[in-house]
Design a binder for this molecule. Structure first.
Ligand code: MLC
Ligand code: AMP
Length: 500
């Protein structure tokens, strides 16, 4: 069967907004009113917030945001570690109809200033003093507040009012070329994904999630936090990922589910208490490929069979191994409810459609033209295959992207910064396989003489978040190029490397 003949239709029509829920917070607040004394979110310092706390406190905070002059459709930037305060302020912003711009806490001024210039937020919630000072320098008109929102109260206008197609989030993601683009996700997109996962993963209010993923990417925010609030479940937040703590808390906190990136599973599998994973109802891996060998190793040491799924910032979750049937290592499973998937072209690209798929990039008409096919399918840039039983697997990427520990790193962005180094004449950045990180960032450079990795990293400074810094730097005589002058990156790792 040729790739273009493979088309997995969506299972059923899927529109969670059809039953009158106008937005995310209207869906979430139904649980708050039904059982206000029930625990909802656990913070390592503040303990449990109840559903009633969520309702009351987010109403107060929405009033404070309104008192800052923010109204529906205004953008607000977030840069903060996981905390109950971050959750409360995030939910308050959504209740007011603001559009949230989550940013990686590792971002420095260069990365943040791009998001601020591009999306034009009126306010930013930032937990780091130095970062607030830096932002105040380059964006003096931005109103800067901290996650507890200790600012004067105001009276909130109508809350939780939608409409479903209004944007909830703009998440910045880079591309092969050009500056990072803001993927605009509507309330309806987020609701559709949450509903698909509820059905597929049998997620209920009895579930307790150990949520050690950061809340600035789709995995932690759009899957972990949104799913918890949508299903009326509970989530235990962590500031950072420590295997000891997670494995001990499985029993101590009566947890039922854990979500992680493969690097987290690599560390958990190597821990003497890995067997505790077996006590969970469900362990999900995503954001990067879970090697089949690691999948098997986890089962060997713990008895837990991890469920691998596949998603993207632009689409939320797309494909998942089954909850109740075989979880096949090396595959990502079947399209989630509501998601249509096809393989197009040679090599076969995964293309998708469904109510979870975003409308487009913020003010980038040309990028939107490239992102969608003429007949309305979103091009994921991932290459796929479907086996005889219908399991989808990711077999490569059409886009130039490195995924390290679940974070996306775009070689072009690193190359642009490295080229400004006075001793680097030319450079190409690639991802090389790494047992812990999946891929690690490696630079091949034509230099004026010997150059040390540490000095190059120091010279990058905060122009790039530390997770984007090269972990190795190899000097080469010349970069291999094709007749059109394009660097042949696949030849680099095999090529001749100069001695230092
Ligand atoms: C941290 N470091 C990394 C890194 N994370 N380097 C490369 N890749 C990474 N992912 C570096 C830091 O810069 C620092 O370097 C050193 O490691 C220690 O920092 P740390 O903060 O203590 O790291 P650690 O706690 O070990 O973090 C590892 C991790 C984290 C795996 C817990 O990376 C993480 O939370 N990853 C999850 C990312 C995620 O949520 N992705 C979802 C994207 S959404 P130095 O040099 O300064 O010492 C998506 C859609 C979907 O993809 O399908 O889900
Ligand atoms: P992001 O832009 O951060 O949302 O990253 C999305 C990309 O992560 C996808 O396009 C895939 O390349 C990759 N990805 C997510 N989940 C998986 C998975 N289970 N296996 C392989 N790649 C994945």
């Amino acid at each position: 069967m040729s790739a273009s003949e493979i088309h997995l239709p969506a299972k059923g029509r899927f529109d969670p907004t059809a039953n009158g829920v106008p937005c995310l917070t209207a869906a979430w607040s139904r649980h708050w009113r039904a059982a206000p004394d029930t625990p909802a979110i656990h913070d390592p310092d503040q303990g449990w917030l109840t559903r009633g706390d969520l309702d009351r406190e987010t109403r107060v905070r929405a009033g404070r945001l309104a008192a800052l002059g923010l109204t529906r459709g205004d953008r607000i930037l977030l840069s903060a570690e996981s905390s109950a305060d971050l959750v409360l302020s995030y939910v308050a912003a959504l209740r007011l109809g603001l559009v949230v711009l989550p940013t990686n806490t590792a971002y420095g001024p260069r990365e943040l200033s791009h998001v601020i210039e591009d999306a034009g937020p009126l306010a930013a919630i930032v937990d780091d003093d130095a970062k607030r000072s830096a932002i105040a320098e380059f964006a003096p008109s931005l109103q800067l507040v901290t996650p507890p929102l200790e600012i004067p109260d105001g009276s909130p206008p109508a809350l939780d009012s939608g409409p479903p197609e209004s944007p909830a989030l703009i998440c910045y993601t880079s591309g092969t070329t050009g500056r990072p683009k803001g993927a605009v996700l509507s309330h309806a997109n987020c609701l559709a994904s949450a509903e698909g996962l509820r059905v597929a993963w049998r997620w209920t209010e009895a579930d307790r999630l150990l949520l050690a993923l950061p809340l600035f990417h789709m995995h932690g925010l759009g899957v972990g936090l949104h799913g918890t609030l949508y299903n009326g479940g509970t989530a235990v937040l962590y500031r950072g990922f420590r295997p000891d703590e997670i494995l001990a808390d499985i029993e101590a906190r009566n947890a039922t589910i854990f979500f992680g990136v493969p690097t987290m599973y690599h560390r958990l599998a190597g821990h003497p208490d890995a067997g505790s994973l077996a006590k969970l109802r469900l362990c999900v891996s995503g954001s990067a490929a879970l090697p089949a060998s690691l999948h098997e190793e986890i089962e060997l040491v713990s008895g837990q069979r991890v469920l691998e799924r596949y998603g993207m910032t632009e689409t939320l979750m797309l494909v998942s191994n089954p909850h109740d049937a075989e979880r096949r290592a090396g595959t990502v499973g079947f399209p989630l409810p509501g998601v249509e998937l096809r393989l197009e072209g040679e090599p076969a690209e995964i293309q998708v459609r469904g109510p979870n798929v975003f409308e487009g990039y913020w003010q980038r008409p040309e990028a939107n033209t490239d992102a969608f096919t003429d007949d309305g399918w979103f091009r994921t840039g991932d290459l796929g295959a479907i086996d005889e039983d219908g399991y989808v697997s990711i077999v490569g990427r059409a886009k130039e992207l490195i995924i390290s520990g679940g974070y996306n790193v775009y070689p072009r962005e690193i190359e642009d910064v490295l080229r400004t180094h006075p001793d680097i004449d030319d450079v190409a950045v690639v991802g090389e396989a790494d047992p812990e990180w999946g891929e690690r960032v490696v630079a091949y450079a034509v230099t004026k003489g010997p150059v040390e990795l540490d000095t190059v990293r120091a010279s990058i400074g905060d122009a790039l978040a530390p997770f984007k810094h090269p972990r190795a730097l190899h000097r080469v005589e010349a970069l291999p190029r094709n007749a059109l002058g394009k660097v042949q990156k696949h030849r680099l790792s095999k090529g001749e490397v100069l001695p230092d």
